[in-house]
Design a protein around this ligand. Structure first.
Ligand code: URA
Length: 240
C-alpha cells in the first residue's frame, strides 16, 4: 500500500473529518511510530505505520464496511436526482470513500443494508450462485395461512412467468393484517412484495433483519450506521 496524507488516513475511519484530523495533529495529539506529527500533510503507509490519535491506536482498514439501519424514504443508490439516497445518511468523510450499497432495498423498505467500497466481495455476496440467505420481517394485508407457507416452500411463480427458488415463510401472527418472517436465497427486484402479492396478501411493511450470518444490530437506531467488526467482515468473506 502506498503512502497517504495523515489527515486522509485519520478521516478514513469516519470518526473525524479531515479538518478535525489536521486540528488534532496541530494540537500534538497524533503520533506516528512514537513521534508526534503536527503536520497532517505528511505522508505515511497506513498499513505499516503505528498511528495513535489522542493515545488510541488507529485501526486502518483498506476497505470500509458499514451496516446501516435504513429508514423508509431513501433510495439504495449512490446518487439520484429524484431523491435522497442512503449515502446521504453517512458522514461526508465516508461519502468520499466510494461506498455503495450491497444490493438494494426498496425506497419504503427499512432495515439492514450493508455499504462498502470492496467491490469484489460485495459482488460475490450478491451473485445469484452464492445463495446468501436474506431474512425479512413483513406485514401483509390479509390472513397468511399454512397453504401460503407450502407455496413458498415449493417456489412461487410470479405473474410474469418468473419462477422463484423455494423460500421460507414463517407466520408470526395471522389476522386481517398478518406478520411473517420470510427467508430468501435470491434477490430479484421487489421479490418479497411480488411473492406475497402472488398469494393475494400485499405487503404493507417490510424490513430486512438479516443477511447471511449478519443480523440487524438491535442497538442501532433507524437511520444510524456502524462499522462492521473485523470478525463480521471475516464471516462475509467466509460465505463466498
Ligand atoms: N423484497 C422486496 O420486495 N423489497 C425489498 O426492498 C427487498 C426485498
Amino acid at each position: 500500500m502506498g503512502s497517504q496524507r495523515l489527515d486522509k488516513i485519520i478521516a478514513s475511519t469516519g470518526k473525524w473529518s479531515r479538518r478535525e484530523a489536521r486540528e488534532l495533529a496541530r494540537r500534538g495529539l497524533v503520533t506516528v511510530d512514537g513521534a508526534s506529527v503536527r503536520s497532517a500533510e505528511e505522508k505515511f503507509d497506513p498499513e505499516a505505520a503505528e498511528i495513535l490519535v489522542d493515545g488510541e491506536a488507529l485501526r486502518y482498514r483498506r476497505y470500509t464496511w458499514v451496516m446501516l439501519n435504513k429508514p423508509a424514504g431513501y433510495l439504495s443508490a449512490t446518487e439520484d436526482g429524484r431523491g435522497e439516497t442512503v449515502l446521504d445518511l453517512l458522514p461526508r468523510e465516508l461519502q468520499r470513500q466510494g461506498l455503495f450499497p450491497v444490493g438494494r432495498l426498496d425506497k419504503d423498505t427499512e432495515g439492514l443494508l450493508l455499504l462498502t467500497n470492496e467491490g469484489v466481495l460485495a459482488h460475490a455476496l450478491l451473485s445469484p450462485k452464492r445463495h446468501v440467505d436474506k431474512v425479512y420481517y413483513a406485514r401483509t394485508a390479509g390472513r397468511l395461512t399454512e397453504e401460503d407457507c407450502r407455496a413458498f416452500a415449493a417456489g412461487i411463480s410470479l405473474g410474469d412467468g418468473l419462477q422463484c427458488l423455494p423460500a421460507r415463510l414463517e407466520i408470526l401472527s395471522a389476522g386481517e393484517e398478518s406478520e411473517a418472517r420470510v427467508t430468501l436465497r435470491e434477490g430479484k427486484f421487489h421479490q418479497v412484495k411480488r411473492m406475497l402479492a402472488a398469494r393475494g396478501k400485499p405487503v404493507t411493511y417490510l424490513e430486512r433483519v438479516r443477511m447471511g450470518g449478519l443480523s440487524l444490530d438491535q442497538g442501532l437506531p433507524r437511520g444510524a450506521f456502524r462499522f462492521l467488526t473485523e470478525e463480521e467482515v471475516g464471516e462475509l468473506r467466509a460465505l463466498v
